[in-house]
Design a protein around this ligand. Structure first.
Ligand code: PAF
Length: 280
C-alpha cells in the first residue's frame, strides 16, 4: 500500500506529536522526487535505525540558479509513491509551496566555508537554497535523524554544518553513493540522458577511480589532473566545470593524500550537468 501523502504542515505536526508521545524515533529523507535506487537506499538506512520514516518530496526553486534546470527537473510524484510502497514509510510529505515559502518569506540560511567552493562557486545561491529548505524541513519534521547520499558530498557537509550552527537537534547521516553497473552515480538527472549518453557517462567513474589510485600511491594531483581531464572530455563529456582534490573534512584544496581526501568532479554531457566524488 502506498504511504499517506501529506501536503500541510499542521497535519504532519499532528502525526509527529503522536509519535513523540509514544517515544518513537523519527527519520527524515529529504528529496526532490524522481526517486531512484540511491534514494531508496537512504530510506532503507532510515528504517534500520528509526521507528518512523518521513520522505519529503519538494522541488525547491530556491536552490536552482538556472531557470531552465528548474523547469526540466523531473516531477514524478505518482511513480515516486509507487516506488516507496514496498518500504512501508510512514508519510510522504509533499508540502504545498506555501508551506515552505509562505507569502512574505524573507529568511535566507547561508553557510560559509564548506559551501564556498565547487558547487557553491559554480552555482551561485545554490547552497543558500539548500540550507534554507533543509533547515525548514528539519524543523517541520522534527526528525531525530536525516539521511543524505554521499553523491552530494559537499551538500552533506553544508547541511551538517548548518544543523550544528543552528542547534537543530538532528543527526545528519551520510550514506554511500549507489552506482549503476558502469559505476555511474545514480542521479535523477541521469533520466535526461539518451542511451548513448548513459554509456558515455559511465566512463567517469573508472577515470576517477584510476586517478584516486594514483593520488593514493603518492602522486601529486597537479601532475595527474590534466591527463584525467583529457580522458573525461575524450569519453564524450562536452565540458568539465571542475576536477578537484579536497579535504574530506573541510573541502580545502589538497595536492596529495596525506590526510583524508576526496576527488570531486562536475561535467556536462548532452546538456545535463553531472557531479560525482569518491574517497581517495
Ligand atoms: O539533494 C536533494 O535532493 C536536495 O538538494 C535536497 C537535499 C532535498 C534539498 O532540496
Amino acid at each position: 500500500m502506498t504511504a499517506p501523502i501529506i501536503r500541510q504542515l499542521a497535519e504532519l505536526r499532528a502525526k509527529h506529536s503522536d509519535w513523540i508521545r509514544a517515544g518513537e524515533r523519527v527519520a527524515v529523507v529529504p528529496t526532490m522526487g524522481a526517486l531512484h535506487a540511491g534514494h531508496l537506499s537512504l530510506v532503507e538506512a532510515a528504517k534500520a535505525t528509526c521507528d518512523r520514516v518521513i520522505v519529503t518530496i519538494f522541488v525547491n526553486p530556491k536552490q536552482f540558479n538556472n531557470p531552465e534546470d528548474l523547469a526540466n527537473y523531473p516531477r514524478t510524484e505518482h511513480d515516486d509513491a509507487i516506488k516507496l510502497a514496498p518500504y512501508d514509510v510512514d508519510v510522504i510529505y509533499v508540502p504545498d509551496p506555501d508551506q515552505i515559502y509562505p507569502g512574505g518569506f524573507a529568511t535566507n540560511v547561508s553557510v560559509a566555508g564548506v559551501a564556498d567552493q565547487m558547487e557553491g562557486a559554480c552555482r551561485p545561491g545554490h547552497f543558500d537554497g539548500v540550507a534554507t529548505v533543509v533547515a525548514k524541513l528539519f524543523l517541520q519534521t522534527g526528525a531525530h535523524q536525516a539521511f543524505f547520499g554521499e553523491k552530494d558530498y559537499q551538500q552533506l557537509l553544508v547541511v551538517r554544518r548548518m544543523a550544528r550552527d543552528l542547534d537543530i537537534p538532528i543527526e545528519v547521516v551520510g550514506c554511500p553513493t549507489v552506482r549503476e553497473a558502469s559505476g555511474l552515480a545514480m542521479s535523477s538527472r541521469n533520466m535526461r540522458l539518451s542511451a548513448d549518453g548513459l554509456v558515455k557517462a559511465g566512463a567517469l567513474h573508472p577515470i576517477l577511480t584510476r586517478l584516486a589510485a594514483e593520488v593514493s600511491a603518492g602522486g601529486h594531483f597537479a601532475d595527474l589532473k590534466k591527463q584525467a581531464e583529457a580522458e573525461i572530455l575524450a569519453a564524450g563529456f562536452n565540458e568539465l566545470e571542475y576536477l578537484s582534490l579536497c579535504s574530506a573534512e573541510d573541502l580545502s584544496t589538497m595536492e596529495t593524500a596525506e590526510a583524508p581526501v576526496r576527488l570531486f568532479v562536475a561535467a556536462w554531457i548532452e546538456d545535463v550537468r553531472l557531479i560525482d566524488n569518491i574517497a581517495v
